[in-house]
Design a protein around this ligand. Sequence first.
Ligand SMILES: [Zn+2]
Length: 109
Amino acid sequence: MFSQQFHAWAHSTKRRLPPAVVALQDAGLLVSRAGHAKHHRAPFNNNYCIVSGMWNEVLDEMKVFEVLEMVVFFKLGVRPRSWSEPSSEWTEEEVEVEAEIKDPVIMVF
Ligand SMILES: [Zn+2]
């Protein structure tokens, strides 16, 4: 029911999240930014789980989502985005965060 909200929180930085959400992410009950970031990096075909992420490793090892992507492609003709270059939405945010970390002046403001 709240899976998309959990996903949205995984895209946010800790300082922008309520402390309770950060605590749940740190405890592993909700997917963390670091855990979910793997989904948005090459090869872009893993770590699909957006609630706790606890099943990602098992499902990735079993190639469950790769199979589902092929089923969707052969049944509907829709190519998964993991088969081509992803949008830059995630990487732009990541660049912004990296710039803040590298430049302490930005962190002060
Ligand atoms: Zn995401």
